[in-house]
Design a binder for this molecule. Structure first.
Ligand code: CTP
Length: 419
């Protein structure tokens, strides 16, 4: 599991005022756990529900968990008491909408104000955080994506939905992020800790590429994406902005990272080059196919007697291409070797113009694909540091320590030169 885990400390959100907005999604049941975690972290929580949300979870549940009355209407029908969206908006340090439906996000982007949650959003001066939840096709629809782009450009922060099984029975991206991750996200946002990598952008490639042979088959490798995700997690934890360009992975991708899916080496090359243009550093963790089938059949290849020959063509070397144009940006590569490890890794360091390379050998027990551990050597032009067997998380920390050291040294050097 790669998702950022957070131990909810009692004082994490001490004294913070959070409006928890719940909209009409099946994921509303998770809002109960989320509310409880926010309260446990020390926040004062007021819950706002859209009319449809009340069909998924009761105001009584949310009032009990938040220890405050729940607001659903503009005024109390019993006594006419006005629920002021303006004062609610002023009270809040954060308006957290979780789950957020496509409908609510579209209305927010369009300035529609037909319920108390939407009027509160429009009048709130606090940070708005949105955790979308919906069916994968609704999430991927251009209407939803452009509403999110509009909101992003207005400063709304999104907690990306996870991939997985959806209420519709389909599987894909749309499942609301887990409550623990949402609390960690809000905590990071509200506690303005100055983190060591704040303001820096990173591009991480992760996972295995898939090179199609025909509509049902492809060539791939054993990479799971664990190491790439662990690095992305660590960069995020230190305040970096991260774009993960990912092939096939079987781990959950870190909440808070921008994810660009790129299955083939060609697609990964294009996506990585685009993301690297905006980045301060690139970490090339993906296991990229060096060869892809020269022809991809449009229809399923049928079996025949005798042998079958698959002609392969070279794919672009992404790391080497980025190395050729990197300038002062940092570029880190990986080398997974089975023999002549040091020589091979040194060759790659030079050929691809990397700043350092992370070497792991399949001869080391506990290193390589799918394991939770790794045994790495950090190799640059003047040093080689061999680390003991450790968790991939600790290996990621060591790699990011080195990245941070090089970035700091670069910064110091440019300051000394008056750049
Ligand atoms: N890499 C890449 N694009 C490729 C192949 C590799 O970006 N087409 C990157 C990997 O992500 C890794 C580094 O280059 O950071 C080394 O990858 P590796 O597969 O070990 O080396 P190759 O260059 O493919 O060389 P070989 O297969 O001969 O070992």
């Amino acid at each position: 599991m790669c998702r950022r885990r957070c131990d909810i400390a009692k004082t994490m959100l001490e004294g913070k005022h959070i409006i928890l907005g719940i909209t009409g999604s099946i994921a509303a049941y998770k809002a109960a756990v989320l509310c409880r975690l926010l309260v446990r972290a020390g926040a004062e929580v007021r819950v706002l529900m859209t009319p449809v949300a009340k069909r998924f979870i009761t105001p009584l549940t949310m009032a009990t968990l938040s220890k405050n009355p729940v607001f659903t209407e503009f005024f109390d029908p019993e006594n006419g008491a006005w629920n002021s969206h303006v004062s609610l908006g002023e009270w809040a340090d954060c308006l957290l909408i979780a789950p957020a439906t496509a409908n609510t996000m579209a209305k927010m982007a369009g300035g529609i104000a037909d319920n108390l949650l939407l009027t509160t959003y429009l009048s709130a001066r606090s940070q708005t955080v949105v955790a979308p939840a919906m069916d994968l096709d609704m999430y991927a629809h251009p209407a939803t994506q452009s509403a999110m782009d509009v909101l992003r450009s207005r400063g709304v922060k999104f907690i990306e939905p996870a991939e997985g099984e959806l209420a519709s029975g389909l599987s894909g991206k749309g499942r609301m992020a887990e409550p623990e991750d949402i609390v960690a996200f809000v905590d990071e946002l509200l506690t303005e800790k100055k983190k060591s990598l704040t303001g820096l952008r990173f591009m991480v490639t992760a996972g295995a590429t898939e090179e199609p042979i025909d509509p049902v088959r492809f060539v791939t490798n054993r990479s799971t994406g664990k190491m790439g995700c662990a690095i992305a997690d660590e960069l995020l934890a230190r305040g970096g902005q991260v774009t993960i360009v990912c092939g096939r992975t079987n781990v959950e991708l870190p909440a808070g990272a921008e994810v660009v899916e790129a299955l083939s080496a060609e697609q990964m090359y294009r996506a990585a080059a685009a993301a690297f243009e905006r980045a301060d550093a690139g970490i090339m963790c993906a296991a990229v196919a060096d060869y892809a089938p020269a022809e991809v059949a449009d229809t399923k290849i049928k079996k025949h007697d005798g042998e079958m020959l698959l002609r392969m063509r070279r794919t672009p070397d992404i790391a080497a291409s980025l190395g050729a144009v990197k300038g002062s940006r940092l570029l880190v590569g990986f080398a997974l070797e089975t023999d002549s490890e040091m020589d091979n890794a040194r060759g790659k360091l030079e050929r691809k113009n990397l700043d350092f390379i992370v070497l792991n050998s399949l001869r080391d027990k506990g290193a390589g694909f799918g394991t939770d551990t790794n045994k790495i050597t950090l190799l640059d032009r003047s040093s080689a540091e061999s680390l003991p067997l450790m968790s991939k998380r600790d290996a990621a920390k060591a790699i990011v320590d080195k990245i941070e050291k090089l970035i700091t040294a670069q910064g110091d050097a440019s300051t000394a030169l008056g750049r």
